[in-house]
Design a protein around this ligand. Structure first.
Ligand SMILES: *Cc1c(COP(=O)(O)O)cnc(C)c1O
Length: 396
């Protein structure tokens, strides 16, 4: 895919993306886009971002050769990109840092966010503490009960968690409340979205802050192998860790594989394999693949990993699927648990359950590879947060 330039100037990735928002948000989105485009080509801003990534997050994260896992499969060499070693335990901090720097440029004094499992809420609360900005996080009442440890973390970081009692009282309702808040308060408030989703410019902007993952991989794999990898594998919820590692390789001859959550299986209703089983629709300000009923209502989705449990997906992934540049596969809950066990015992790295979906795909991919090939897996986060779920789903 040479000369890849997405989105176009209207925020469209092919027929996906766009801005489907209340009219009052068109202007704030325009201001945000202009500030983003100005700052991303401003050397001082980029340097400030890179310095924070280095001194606060701990970047560059290592690329680790998985020696025993490679021997286990006996085929291609496997390397792991260690986003699990980022401050706060996952890649989400990359985007939170980039956006808070932008909020400061926009002279905003208040930050809002939505969160499902609480991981994005924690990343936002963290950067707000670092910069002394007021932080309010919308979270469904059901998620608040399920994820009480992250609620406590956010409070400890100085954020206020606002319970959402409408609808299904989960992520999509929290997002609706956050948008409602932003419509009312956009004068002094910046809304930090947690993945490459939402209205333009968010999918592009979040990608630009996450592409540091792939930029580092490119340098690191050259140092090890003196060439590009053959495959890059990443899990896909909204799609930010995946696009972050894929994007710098889009014009290269590298096979890119995104892995969605198949939950209890694609034959059931309990999954969130949006790109595999969904069809295009409008959701949260964008056109993208979407898990919806015949009548166009959003389906209830399921994954053992809270971070993949989302009925939509970023518009750029919809575009990359339809143009066949990225291949999208799936892994079930039980395959993810097996992969968690395998990586932990073979490499001493406990992956997040989201990440485990990418690792589960190695079972399908590796037998098809040869020993002179190279595979990179994005380890999007660490599994400590998932120990309670893992305990209830694993047998030794
Ligand atoms: C949130 C999260 C994900 C899913 O989000 P993407 O935007 O698809 O990357 C994946 N892995 C971890 C560890 C997460 O916390």
């Amino acid at each position: 895919m040479k000369n890849y330039q997405q989105p176009d100037s209207n925020g469209h990735f092919g027929k996906f993306g766009g801005q489907f928002v209340p009219e009052t948000l068109i202007q704030p989105l325009k201001v945000l886009e202009e500030m983003f485009l100005e700052q991303i080509s401003n050397e001082d801003f980029v340097q400030e971002f890179i310095n924070l990534c280095k001194e606060f997050t701990g970047r560059p994260t290592p690329l680790t050769y998985a020696d025993r896992l490679t021997k286990h499969y006996g085929k291609a060499k496997i390397y792991l990109k260690r986003e699990d070693l980022c401050h706060t335990g996952a890649h989400k901090i990359n985007n939170a840092l980039g956006q808070i720097l932008l909020a400061r440029k926009l002279n905003k004094t208040r930050i809002i966010a939505e969160t499902g499992a609480g991981q994005h809420g924690v990343a936002v609360a963290t950067v707000c503490a670092k910069f002394g900005l007021k932080c309010q996080v919308y979270m469904g009442e059901i998620d608040i009960t399920r994820q009480n440890l992250n609620v406590f973390r956010m409070k400890l970081l100085g954020a206020e968690v606002i319970p959402v009692t409408s609808g299904s009282r989960t992520l999509k309702d929290a997002t609706n409340e956050a948008i409602r808040d932003w419509v009312t308060n956009c004068e002094n408030t910046h809304y930090i979205i947690g993945s490459v989703v939402g209205p333009h410019p968010y999918p592009m902007m979040v990608r630009e802050f996450q592409k540091i993952i792939g930029i580092e991989v490119k340098q690191q794999i050259y140092a090890f192998e003196n060439r590009l990898p053959d495959y890059i594998v990443a899990c896909v919820g909204g799609g930010s860790n995946a696009i972050g590692i894929f994007y710098p390789f889009i014009e290269d001859n590298v096979k890119l594989i995104g892995v969605e959550a198949a939950g209890h299986g694609l034959g059931t209703d309990l999954h969130c394999a949006t790109l595999t089983k969904g069809r295009p629709g409008i959701f949260q300000g964008m056109i993208s693949y979407l898990l919806q009923t015949e009548e166009g209502n959003i389906k209830t989705v399921h994954s053992i990993s809270a971070g993949l449990d989302y009925p939509g997906v970023g518009p750029e992934h919809s575009y990359l699927k339809d143009s066949n540049r990225v291949y999208y596969s799936q892994a079930t809950d039980s395959e993810a648990i097996a992969a968690t066990k395998l990586l932990s015992s073979m490499e001493g790295i406990l992956p997040a359950l989201e990440t485990a979906h990418a690792l589960a795909h190695l079972e399908i991919l590796l037998p098809k590879t040869s020993p002179n090939e190279v595979v990179v897996v994005n380890i999007s986060g660490r599994g400590d947060k998932d120990l309670n779920t893992i305990i209830n789903n694993i047998t030794f």
